[in-house]
Design a protein around this ligand. Structure first.
Ligand code: UDP
Length: 472
């Protein structure tokens, strides 16, 4: 029997993405066996047990293998950053991965190992065992172009990107990127996390292929730049398989039906939805600016609000956190004054259902790639307010390249004024420019559907991926 082995990094979001890819592969080849390696997380990365139990029950072809805790050498200095810790744990996980692959190989022909970017150290294990290794890149093709071109940018300068400040970089296939729009780990040359990302960028092109959660029509320019070989330094570019959009929506409980019922009572396309991913948090001051901006905009809104940083233990599952007191963190009287046209929900909303509700006409997003794809698939135009990871770069792609979002522009210290919130929300919901990005987003929605249909680009890419296993 034939098997594909998946190797996600520990956070639950990465696991969910891999499982979705596994399910997609099974639609094409139901006789395959999917094996997922689970690495014990070095920090609280979300409780994966209920999710694993649910997937195991629903999909008998998917098997989970729990690896032992990786033995870090005693000399390893405690990392300062959770991303470094992730890289370290995965680096020293290689013997466990080796052992798991060998044991799976006893009963199956392993056609390929699919890993996420953080797991790049396992490339050598796959090579040793003669198993073709693939990367699954969970952000877009623009971001992949940047990651692949990172090695060139690195070799062309001796300065940390953070010190370059105003000169934009020319990354093939993307609009000029200001150093401030680069993902944070790429900014400081002397940082350990920079070293790991750089090494990953050198390793990715050595794989048998890169699977990307995007579709051809959404990002043609960066895709062409990558496949034309403009992004990889000194070597061939592996095959690129754009199989998206893949859906990774996770249900974390919270006021599910309340907001959908409220949306039922609102006019068509009248509501702007504000939601900032699984980790987005704001200070009380920033929440106040958002509230004031929303109130002044005069628009209808559905806003997901979380406790400001430091107010609660973020490592506790969202559904188990103590109830949030909205009156204590929002401006006095705000909820009462806006109750006819606004709803604030605590902590979590069923984003995919909300975006697909007929009353929703706009989305203020933190630019997490899954949120971007979910909005595209619902045909909902966006205002881009990036917060962490590669989201500032995503804003550049969404605003300047794909033209499916208006930018929210922060002050130098990262603060967003109520005036900016008011202006952008109004522009999105009630302006010619808002209308034109809506048209593009709706066109993208139709293209996303077409890509996933039989004969569509993503379906063809999936078939090609499958064929590559039989060739190698
Ligand atoms: N999400 C949700 N409700 C929320 C916040 C987030 O359903 O209140 C989901 C959202 O639909 C998306 C995921 O969580 O599927 C967030 O992924 P994304 O890549 O956008 O951002 P991240 O959380 O990884 O920064």
């Amino acid at each position: 029997m034939e098997a594909i082995v998946f190797y996600p990094s520990p956070p639950i979001g990465h696991l969910i993405s891999m499982v979705e890819l596994g399910k997609l592969i099974l639609t094409l080849q139901p006789s395959l066996s999917i094996h997922i390696l689970i690495t014990p997380p070095p920090y609280n990365a979300g409780d994966t047990a209920p999710y694993i139990a649910q997937v195991s029950a629903a999909f008998p072809s998917i098997t989970f293998h729990h690896l032992p805790t990786a033995a870090l050498p005693p000399s390893t200095t405690p990392p300062t950053h959770h991303e470094i810790l992730t890289f370290e744990v995965l680096r020293f996980n290689n013997p466990n991965v080796h052992h798991a692959l060998l044991s799976i190989s006893k009963n199956y022909t392993v056609l390929g190992l699919i890993m996420d970017f953080f797991c790049f150290h396992a490339l050598s294990v796959a090579t040793d065992l003669n198993i073709p290794a693939y990367f699954f890149f969970t952000s877009g093709a623009g971001c992949l172009a940047l990651f692949l071109y990172f090695t060139t940018l690195h070799e062309n300068t001796t300065t940390s990107f953070k010190d370059i400040k105003t000169t934009p970089f020319d990354v093939p296939g993307t609009p000029p990127v200001l150093p401030t729009d680069m993902p944070k780990p790429l900014l400081e040359r002397d940082d350990k996390v920079y070293e790991y990302f750089l090494e990953g960028s050198y390793q990715m092109p050595k794989s048998a292929g890169i699977i990307v959660n995007t579709f051809d029509f959404l990002e043609p320019r960066p895709l062409k730049a990558i496949t034309d070989g403009l992004c990889v330094l000194n070597g061939p570019t592996p095959p690129i398989y754009c199989v998206g959009p893949l859906f990774v929506a996770k249900d974390d409980g919270g006021g599910v039906s309340e907001c959908l019922t409220w949306l039922d009572s609102q006019p068509s396309r009248s509501v702007v939805f504000l939601c900032f991913g699984s980790l987005g948090l704001f200070s009380v001051d920033q929440l106040e600016e958002i509230a004031t901006g929303l109130e002044r905009s005069g628009q209808r809104f559905l806003w997901v609000v979380r406790n400001p940083p430091g107010r609660e233990n973020q490592s506790v599952a969202i559904s188990e956190r103590p109830d949030l007191d909205l009156d204590s963190i929002l401006p006095k009287g705000f909820l009462d004054r806006t109750k006819e046209r606004g709803l604030v929900v605590k902590t979590w909303a069923p984003q995919v259902e909300v975006l697909n509700h007929d009353s929703v006409g706009g989305f203020v997003t933190h630019c997490g790639w899954n949120s971007v794809l979910e909005a595209v698939c619902a045909g909902v135009p966006m205002v881009a307010w990036p917060l962490y990871a590669e989201q500032r770069f995503n804003r550049v792609m969404m605003v300047e390249e794909i033209k499916i979002a208006l930018p929210m522009v922060e002050s130098e210290n990262g603060f967003m004024s109520s005036t900016e919130v008011e202006k952008r929300v109004r522009e999105l919901m009630d302006s010619e420019e808002g209308g034109s990005i809506r048209k593009i987003t709706v066109a993208m929605k139709n293209e996303a559907k077409a890509a996933l249909r039989e004969g569509g680009s993503s379906r063809v890419a999936l078939t090609e991926l499958f064929m590559s296993w039989n060739r190698t």
